[in-house]
Design a protein around this ligand. Structure first.
Ligand code: FES
Length: 265
């Protein structure tokens, strides 16, 4: 006779019958997100003095697009571009379907992993669908449109690295390590944005059929995006990590700790 189990079998926070190292994933993800938040806060508030070098030829990914410089905005001395634009990438990532899974697990333990018991407080206050405070997650599609604009501006920043401002006031063109750093960040961000579930819906997922004319093209794009969508978590972490690696590189060059080797035409 078949026996039925009510899962999780073990009760009490962290109790489980799993014998693998299930706690590794929520642990490193929680540590990585916390480090990212603390680093960003410190960089924005206390260490925002070296955000570009070569007269804005290369700008840190955290402060890009540097709209204060681009649009000659009049702002208080303590303000920087990241303070004005970071709400877009934060809003986009914060409402991301993959990110929701990460923070429900790591910060709310709701549940912390599959078949692992959650704390009593999570059972009473934990996730109950996209209601209450979580209703804001429904703006994800709007955040996607804004993120696409930011992504476009990131590529302008990459092209900007190709133009060197010489001391005699002329411009020459070439490549430097900074170009590759910003290009890598833009590429990873492109993969993250285009593997987004809402983007997949946008390019063809909302269609009822993909058999004729333009809808057929949409169907092909949808199938291609579906393949990258499978790895959305990978693109989430690599694009996020590259923002900070890129920032560290620009910061180090701006402070004279590193060089930016270049090749000019
Ligand atoms: Fe992750 Fe849209 S689902 S960015």
């Amino acid at each position: 006779m078949a026996t039925s189990f009510k899962l999780p079998i073990s009760q009490g926070f962290g109790e489980t019958n799993r014998i693998d190292r299930w706690w590794m994933e929520p642990l490193w993800m929680g540590a990585a997100l916390t480090a990212a938040l603390v680093y960003t806060f410190l960089r924005l508030i206390f260490f925002d003095g070296a955000i570009h070098y070569d007269d804005h030829r290369v700008t840190s990914p955290i402060f890009s697009p540097d709209i204060i410089h681009l649009w000659s905005l009049e702002v208080p001395a303590w303000a920087n571009s990241a303070m004005l634009i970071l709400w877009i990438p934060f809003g986009f990532r914060g409402t991301c379907y993959y990110m929701r899974r990460v923070y429900y697990r790591t910060f709310f333990a709701s549940p912390v992993a599959c078949v692992v018991a959650e704390p009593k407080i999570s059972k009473s206050l934990g996730y109950r669908g996209e209601g209450g405070l979580f209703i804001f997650n429904n703006i994800h599609r709007i955040m996607l449109y804004l993120a696409i604009i930011i992504l476009f501006m990131k590529y302008i920043d990459v092209f900007h690295t190709l133009r060197f401002h010489d001391v005699d006031g002329t411009n020459t063109y070439g490549l430097s390590v900074g170009t590759f750093v910003l290009a890598a960040e833009s590429f990873l961000l492109t993969m993250y944005v285009t593997s987004c579930h809402a983007f997949r819906h946008l390019v063809g997922g909302g269609n009822k059929r993909w058999s004729l004319g333009f809808e057929k093209i949409q169907g092909n794009i949808f199938r291609f995006v579906s393949k990258t969508n499978v790895h959305h978590g990978f693109w989430f972490w690599t694009s996020l990590g590259m923002v900070f690696l890129g920032d560290l590189f620009v910061w180090a060059v701006a402070e004279g700790i590193l060089n930016d080797p270049s090749f000019k035409i």
